[in-house]
Design a protein around this ligand. Structure first.
Ligand code: PEP
Ligand code: MG
Length: 573
C-alpha cells in the first residue's frame, strides 16, 4: 500500500481499478533497473510484443484489402519497421548497456530515431518519423498492456489515471464508467477540473509522478475530499473507506433536504445560490440541488468538438436552458475562448502568451460577426425565460462600451428581422482582471450587475497560471490582495445600486462562505453539487458575525494570518 497526495479537485470517494490513459505519441513508461540475468527475459518480451504488433498490422491490412492502397502502403511500411534490423539492434544494445527495463530501451531508441528523422531536410524521411513514432507506440502499448485509447469506449468501471486530460477528452469520456479521475497536471480551476465537478466525478490532480507510480489494473482509492490516492490498499483500508462512503451518502441526503429552504442567515441576510453550467443537460442537476438560477453558463462549451456553432444551434441551446429553468434567471456568459479554453480553428495566429492574448471578450470584439451572431441567439432565446448577458475578461470601459454597442447592433438586426426579444435583459461584466476591480466604480455605471470571476482574478492578480501545478501553491484566494479586490468590487457595486455576484470556484468553496457573506456578496454561483453544503453554512451563520470576521481579516498581512482568523471565526481552513 502506498499513499500519494495531490490537489483535491472534485469531491467524493471511489474504489476501483486503475485505467492508465497516457495518450502521448510515446506513452509514459515506468523506468526501472534490471539485473544482467534479466536481459534475456526482457528481450524475449520485446520479440513477443513485436510479433503481436505485426499481427495487429496484418489484420488491419486484411480489412483494407478492397482498394485502400495508400493505407496498405503505410501498413506495409510499419511491418518493415517492426522487422527493421537496425531498430532491433539499437534496442538490444540499449537494453544491455543501460540495464533498464525493455520499455525504457524501446522508448529511448524510438524517440532518438524519431528525432533524427524529424530533423532531416528530406521530406520523405520526416514522414517516416511519424511512422517510427507510431510503431514505437504500438510496441509500448503492448508491453505496457495499454489497450483502449479512447475514454469514450470504456465498457467497465475504472479510475482514469492520466498525465493530462484536455477538456475535449474529458467531455468525450464515458462518464458512466469513470468512477474517479487522477491526473498528473492540473489545478482546482483548470477546465478539466471544472468538468470533473460538473460530472460529479471524484478527482485528484497534481500528482506529477502518478503515471510512474500506478500500473494498469492496480486497485486504487481516490479521495476527492482530501486529495489522497491510495495505491494497492489493504482490505482494512478498503473497509474503512467503504464506511466513509456510506456516511457521506447519509450526509448528502440531509443536505438535500434543505433544497427548498432559502439561503438565509440566522439574522435574516438572504443571498442567492446559483449554479454554473457548461452544458444544457446540467440544468437538471442544478434544479435537483436547489439552484435559484444559472449564474454562469459557459457558452464556449457549445463549441467544444464542433468549431464555432452557428446562430441557430446557439439559439436552440440557450432556449433549452431557459425553458428547463422555468423562469429562473440564466446568465449566459458570451464566449470565453482562447487562453487555456476551447481552441478554435479561427484563432489562426500562434500566441506566445495565450493567457494574456486574444481571449474572451477580446476574441469576440475581434470577430464582430461571430459576436453578434451569439448576441442575436441570446436575444432571441430571451423570450423563453429570464436571461442575463455577461461579458468575460473586461479590462476597461472602452471594451465594455464596445461590447454594449455590439449588443445594440444585434438588437437592431433582430428588430429588422422582426425577431422578438425581451425588453428587460440585464447586462453585466465579469470582474476577473485586477484592473477591472480597481475601476469597478467606473464599470458599475454601465453595468446592471457584476460577477466576480475569482479563478481568473486570482490567476491574473497573483500572476499564477491556473493550469500549472508547479505554481498552484501560489494560487491563494485568501491572499489579502484578493480579499481587498473582492471587497472593492462588492462595495462599488453596492454604491452604484447594483448586485455583486461571484461565479469562480471560490463561490462554492465552503471555507470562503462566511468571508463572502461578511463582504456582502449578493449571489454565489457554483458547481451545483456544492449548493447544499454552502446553503447549510449560510443558514447557520450570522451576517453580523461574518462582518466582524471580515473586519479582522482586512487587517491581515498574510494568507496565513487570514486563515488563522477564519479558523477562529468558525470558517474552515
Ligand atoms: C472565473 O474566471 O472565475 C470564471 C468563473 O470563469 P472561467 O473559470 O470560465 O474562466
Ligand atoms: Mg474566467
Amino acid at each position: 500500500m502506498k499513499k500519494l497526495t495531490g490537489v483535491p479537485i472534485s469531491k467524493g470517494i471511489a474504489i476501483g481499478k486503475a485505467f492508465l490513459f497516457l495518450d502521448a505519441d510515446f506513452p509514459e513508461t515506468p523506468r526501472f533497473h534490471i539485473e544482467n540475468n534479466q536481459i534475456d527475459e526482457e528481450w524475449a518480451r520485446f520479440l513477443v510484443a513485436v510479433d503481436e504488433a505485426k499481427e495487429n498490422v496484418k489484420s488491419l491490412r486484411g480489412v483494407q484489402k478492397s482498394g485502400a492502397d495508400e493505407r496498405d502502403d503505410i501498413l506495409n511500411a510499419h511491418l518493415l519497421m517492426l522487422e527493421d534490423v537496425e531498430f532491433h539492434t539499437q534496442i538490444k544494445k540499449r537494453l544491455e548497456r543501460s540495464l533498464e527495463n525493455i520499455e525504457s530501451a524501446v522508448w529511448d531508441v524510438g524517440r532518438e530515431f524519431y528525432q533524427m528523422l524529424m530533423a532531416s531536410p528530406v521530406s520523405y524521411l520526416r514522414e517516416r518519423a511519424v511512422d517510427i513514432a507510431d510503431v514505437t507506440k504500438q510496441i509500448l502499448n503492448i508491453l505496457l498492456n495499454i489497450k483502449k485509447r479512447s475514454l469514450a469506449d470504456l465498457t467497465e468501471d475504472v479510475i482514469v489515471v492520466t498525465r493530462e486530460l484536455p477538456p475535449s477528452e474529458a467531455v468525450a469520456m464515458n462518464k458512466r464508467h469513470v468512477k474517479a479521475l487522477v491526473m498528473g497536471a492540473g489545478s482546482q480551476t483548470s477546465h478539466t477540473a471544472i468538468l470533473a465537478k460538473a460530472f460529479e466525478i471524484p478527482a485528484v490532480f497534481g500528482i506529477s509522478a502518478i503515471a510512474e507510480e500506478v500500473s494498469q489494473g492496480d486497485t486504487l482509492i481516490v479521495d476527492g475530499d482530501s486529495g489522497a490516492v491510495i495505491l494497492k490498499p489493504t482490505a482494512k483500508k478498503i473497509e474503512k473507506y467503504r464506511e466513509i462512503i456510506a456516511q457521506a451518502s447519509e450526509k448528502k441526503v440531509a443536505q438535500e433536504a434543505l433544497r427548498d429552504l432559502p439561503a438565509e442567515t440566522t439574522d435574516g441576510f438572504r443571498v442567492i445560490l446559483n449554479a454554473n453550467i457548461e452544458f444544457p443537460e446540467e440544468t437538471e442537476q442544478a434544479l435537483r440541488y436547489g439552484a435559484e438560477g444559472i449564474g454562469l453558463y459557459r457558452s464556449e462549451f457549445l463549441f467544444l468538438n464542433t468549431g464555432y456553432a452557428e446562430e441557430e444551434e446557439q439559439f436552440r441551446a440557450y432556449a433549452d436552458v431557459l425553458k428547463a429553468m422555468k423562469g429562473k434567471p440564466v446568465t449566459v456568459r458570451t464566449v470565453d475562448v482562447g487562453g487555456d479554453k476551447i481552441p478554435l480553428d479561427i484563432r489562426v495566429i500562434e500566441e506566445k502568451n495565450p493567457l494574456l492574448g486574444l481571449r474572451a471578450i477580446r476574441f469576440s470584439l475581434a470577430h464582430p460577426e461571430l459576436f453578434k451572431a451569439q448576441l442575436r441567439a441570446i436575444l432571441r432565446a430571451s423570450v423563453f425565460g429570464v436571461v442575463k448577458i455577461m461579458f468575460p475578461l473586461i479590462s476597461g470601459l472602452t471594451e465594455l462600451d464596445a461590447a454594449l454597442s455590439m449588443l445594440e447592433e444585434a438588437k437592431k438586426e433582430c428588430r429588422k428581422k422582426e425577431q422578438a426579444f425581451s425588453s428587460h435583459i440585464e447586462v453585466g461584466c465579469m470582474i476577473e482582471i485586477p484592473a477591472a476591480a480597481v475601476i469597478a466604480d467606473i464599470l458599475a455605471e454601465k453595468s446592471n450587475f457584476f460577477s466576480l470571476g475569482a479563478n481568473d482574478l486570482v490567476q491574473y492578480s497573483l500572476a499564477v497560471d491556473r493550469n500549472n501545478e508547479q505554481v498552484s501553491y501560489l494560487s491563494q484566494p485568501f491572499h489579502p490582495a484578493i480579499i481587498r479586490l473582492i471587497k472593492r468590487t462588492i462595495d462599488e457595486a453596492h454604491s452604484a445600486g447594483i448586485k455583486a455576484a461571484m461565479c469562480g470556484e471560490l463561490a462554492g468553496d465552503p471555507r470562503a462562505t462566511l468571508v463572502l457573506l461578511g463582504l456582502g456578496l449578493d449571489e454565489f454561483s457554483m458547481n451545483a453539487s456544492q449548493i447544499p453544503l454552502v446553503k447549510q453554512i449560510v443558514r447557520k451563520a450570522s451576517v453580523e458575525k461574518c462582518r466582524a470576521l471580515v473586519k479582522k481579516i482586512l487587517t491581515c498581512k498574510t494568507v496565513k494570518d487570514v486563515e488563522i482568523i477564519m479558523k477562529e471565526g468558525g470558517g474552515q481552513p
